[in-house]
Design a protein around this ligand. Structure first.
Ligand SMILES: [Zn+2]
Length: 139
């Protein structure tokens, strides 16, 4: 569920563009779809990945000094605790409103990789993760 998702770039682009047509509030804070799709697909500047594609041996989070992974960035980093709490609360609210029940929030759930999910719910989830990326300014 946390691995690369096929065609994620086009999927995310499509969703963001559609969402953008509908809702223009906060547009300036929204990161590009490429940042979101990079994060989802794992091709990102998150150090766990970056250390593998560059010669860098440093894969620790600058704040926590533990390996920086996508999961660590989204859920565990102390630096982004406020944004992370907001992200999780929003996800729970979106899932509840769309009558989706699932277990612990994973990267897959954040990006709407849920069986039988509506496009609207998926758009909301992806917008939410976009807001997180924008708020943290990490990517
Ligand atoms: Zn950290």
């Amino acid at each position: 569920m946390e691995c690369a998702i096929p065609d994620v770039r086009n999927l995310v682009k499509e969703l963001i563009l559609k969402a953008g047509e509908r809702k223009c509030v906060g547009e300036q804070h929204r990161p590009s779809y490429s940042k979101i799709s990079q994060l989802i697909s794992g091709h990102t500047k998150i150090k766990d990945h970056w250390a593998k594609v560059t010669s860098s041996e440093d894969n620790d989070c600058n704040h926590c000094r533990v390996p920086e992974t996508i999961k660590q960035y989204l859920f565990e980093c102390a630096e982004y605790a406020d944004a992370s709490e907001k992200l999780e609360n929003r996800v729970e609210e979106i899932l509840y409103r769309h009558n989706i029940s699932c277990g612990d929030i994973s990267v897959g759930i954040l990006t709407g990789e849920i069986d039988n999910i509506s496009t609207t719910a998926k758009e909301e989830l992806i917008e939410n993760i976009g807001e997180y990326i924008g708020a943290t300014k990490r990517l």
